[in-house]
Design a protein around this ligand. Structure first.
Ligand code: GUN
Length: 288
């Protein structure tokens, strides 16, 4: 069994991006500028947005954080989206999800200019991605594909099972993996899949994007499979400083010995998701 070190690869890509920023500066070009909109004070969202800002600083991007309280109205948020759409200094922006119940996430996403939608959530970007046109691809699927490429993991003709059909991970990843150049044969499994255990055990490449800690057990994994764990559930851990730790969707200790390759949690997919947002922001400056 070998570990897929997302932290190491993400750090290499960050260096490449920082190098590109230096070149842009030398040539008097536009320094990429990412804005993040954060509503409320959800612990997870606060952490993710803080990481996004820190990542920007580390590669030399400009960044802006726009904060609203939980009681912001949908109209106020839409007005901010419009302002960011029209701000020539902002190359790309994200609205951190989830949003409070009284705001339609879909309405907000669809208000974002697709050319600034570095999350790749707008239907125009999703549609372009599906038919193989240049687009922003949502960060986690982008990061996973990049990991498979950089580790030169064979995907041609492989049976790939993606467990989970979310709009931001499972569904777009299933499309990317079946595209020309990657050429996997993809099955999307979900909560209504019959014989889930056998379906998973047929996978050469198994992607767990369920959001249920330690859901994938040894009996669901073929010997020699590549296992990609997208899970990042916070579970209470009194022994840690923060009081919580991240748990993946894979029961790592019993699954890892059966794998050829496996991503750990933390340090696998997570850092790649973070760096993919930087890659998209750089692309936003160049244009797709
Ligand atoms: N919430 C969880 N993941 C994401 C993400 O990638 N982007 C945004 N905007 N919100 C999220």
């Amino acid at each position: 069994m070998q570990l897929i070190d997302g932290k190491k690869i993400a750090s290499e890509i960050k260096k490449e991006i920082a190098g590109e920023v230096l070149k842009i500066k030398e040539n008097g070009g536009k320094v990429p500028h990412l804005a993040a909109v954060l509503v409320g004070h959800d612990g997870g969202s606060e952490t993710y947005v803080a990481f996004k800002i820190k990542d920007c600083q580390e590669v030399g991007f400009k960044s802006s954080l726009v904060r609203f309280e939980d009681d912001v109205t949908e109209a106020e948020l839409l007005a901010k989206v419009e302002e960011l759409n029209n701000d020539p200094d902002i190359d790309g922006f994200i609205v951190q999800l989830p949003l409070p119940k009284h705001i339609s996430e879909q309405k907000i996403i669809e208000a974002i200019d697709p050319k600034k939608d570095v999350d790749g959530f707008h239907p125009v970007n999703v549609g372009r991605m599906v038919i193989g046109l240049p687009s922003f691809v949502s960060a986690t699927p982008y990061g996973i594909v990049e990991l498979l490429k950089r580790y030169q993991i064979e995907t041609n003709g492989k049976n790939c099972v993606v467990v989970g059909r979310s709009n931001i991970v499972g569904r777009p990843l299933s499309v990317l993996l079946s595209q020309k150049g990657i050429n996997a044969t993809v099955t999307v499994a979900h909560s209504r899949t019959a014989n889930l255990e056998q379906v998973c055990a047929s996978a050469d490449i198994l992607v767990a994007a369920i959001g249920s800690p330690e859901f994938i057990t040894a009996g669901m994994v073929k010997k020699g499979a590549v296992v990609i764990d997208v899970g990042t559930t916070r579970v209470p851990a009194p022994e840690t400083k923060s009081g919580w730790k991240l748990k993946g969707d894979v029961k790592f200790d019993e699954v890892a010995p059966k794998c050829s390759w496996i991503t750990p949690v933390p340090g696998g997919v997570g850092p790649m998701t973070r760096v993919a947002l930087l890659q998209n922001t750089l692309l936003a400056v160049k244009g797709w």
